[in-house]
Design a protein around this ligand. Structure first.
Ligand code: ADP
Ligand code: MG
Length: 424
């Protein structure tokens, strides 16, 4: 080393080469252009390699998939005996949605591309037959949604008796979607003696209870959200009246925000309204919310991923768990009333070490939400006052001799027209 290292955290950053991974995996990691492990990978990979049971919570976008996929591949590569006949499933990953299944499958496949380990995914909404045929050929790693897995098992198409590593991914979402009984059933179909891993953005009490019945002596790893968001994501707060939020959004889209953007709204009606306005204004926009069918939602995500649309408007529920890369900015058009939701939303930008920026629009009725978010972050969010739609200071200013009484009704629109001229 030619230079001195200052005792800064950055310089103590762990390298992938320190994680005792096989050369074929390191090669794939390099091809993914991952430079260093993320915090959750740094913390979770060593105990998983040591065959411990682990429970991991870290916000969306922190790289949890590779945190289990890499050590699982390594453990399977370490196994002594190559199989003579058909492969048996040695690792099972259960995840709540089809999108997640496909994403995790794609990740496993790219990390394993220089090995002969095989991966497949099974999920509902498509024909059973092709999935059965692939399973017949044998596979090392299976990724599945709960319902489809149970169906296939009932039909005798899946043998779970050789499972060595069992993973529950996005456990909180699984719980929200009502899969808890299915998950218990699936776990009981696997051998008793196995390594169990649970990954989740949050660990509500119900997950604690579930894990206690299912996972023996786990090591718990919790990545503090405030710690991971603070560094890479710029956060800006705009105070604005509710009625001006759409104009503020258009203003920022025209002047300030570039690239791929996700806009979060609280309700599906809000999503639809904003989508209409933005597309009228010439933006390539798409949207997802709970009232849309799976097919339409998949199409929207595809369009956004391949840049047919540069703006995706979403409700929190519809957006959960979906890995969308390279988002340059997110807009909190509505401020979430649950502070953790804010963390999840902003985790969409600046993913895994990339820089990103989050814009939040706060109307007077949302001030308390900002307060609780700032408490969770343990710091204030930077306020931008220099924009054309600020909130008028209540009361105090009324006493000042100005034009308010004169123009009562006309004042606002005239002022905003003027401002529009100035800004647009
Ligand atoms: P989570 O499950 O925590 O929401 P994902 O596993 O979906 O997060 O990962 C989020 C994104 O980060 C993915 O696009 C993934 O390819 C990327 N990623 C994962 N690990 C790294 C890393 N070490 N360096 C850079 N990017 C990474
Ligand atoms: Mg995940």
């Amino acid at each position: 080393m030619g230079s001195f290292k200052l005792p800064l955290q950055k310089n103590t950053q762990m390298q992938f080469t320190e994680l005792h991974l096989n050369a074929s995996l390191l090669k794939a990691i390099a091809e993914e252009r991952f430079q260093t492990p993320t915090r959750v990978q740094e913390k979770a990979i060593p105990p998983i390699l040591a065959k411990k049971n682990v429970i991991v919570s870290a916000q969306t976008g922190t790289g949890k998939t590779a945190a289990f996929a890499l050590p699982i591949l390594q453990l399977l590569l370490d196994r002594p005996t190559p199989e003579k006949k058909t492969k048996r499933i040695k690792s099972l990953i259960v995840t709540p949605t089809r999108e997640l299944c496909l994403q995790i499958e794609a990740n496993f496949k790219s990390y394993a591309k220089h090995t002969d380990l095989t991966t497949t995914a099974v999920y509902g909404g498509v024909s059973l037959t092709p999935q059965k045929e692939i399973l017949k050929e044998g596979v090392d790693i299976l990724i599945a949604t709960p319902g489809r897995l149970i169906d296939l098992h009932k039909q005798g198409a899946i043998d779970l008796r050789a499972i060595e590593i069992f993973v529950l991914d996005e456990a909180d979402l699984m719980l929200d979607m009502g899969f808890i009984n299915d998950v218990t059933t699936i776990e009981s179909l696997c051998p008793r003696k196995k390594q169990s891993l649970l990954f989740s953005a949050t660990i509500p009490d119900k997950i604690v209870a579930l894990s206690e019945t299912m996972i023996k002596n786990p090591i718990t790893i919790k990545i503090n959200p405030a710690e991971t968001t603070a560094k890479t994501i710029g956060q800006l707060l705009y105070y604005s009246p509710k009625k001006n939020k759409t104009d503020l959004c258009l203003h920022l889209l025209r002047n300030t925000i570039n690239g791929k953007i996700i806009i979060f709204r609280r309700t599906r009606i809000g999503v639809d309204k904003l989508e209409e306005t933005l597309s009228k204004n010439g933006y390539k926009v798409t949207s997802i919310h709970g009232e849309k069918t799976q097919i339409i939602r998949n199409k929207a995500i595809e369009d956004f991923k391949n840049k047919k649309a540069t703006i995706l408007i979403a409700t929190d529920v519809a957006a959960r768990g979906i890995d969308i890369n390279n988002v340059d900015a997110i807009i909190n058009f509505d401020i979430p009333n649950i502070p953790e939701t804010y963390i999840h939303r902003i985790g969409r930008t600046g993913r895994a070490g990339k820089s990103g920026i989050a814009f939040s629009f706060c109307s007077p009725d949302e001030d308390t939400y900002i307060k609780t978010i700032e408490e969770l972050l343990q710091r204030p969010i930077k306020v931008i006052t220099d924009h054309p739609y600020p909130r008028v200071q209540p009361k105090k200013q009324k006493k000042q001799p100005n034009t308010i009484s004169k123009h009562k009704k006309g004042r606002k629109s005239e002022a905003s027209k003027k401002k529009k001229k100035r800004w647009y």
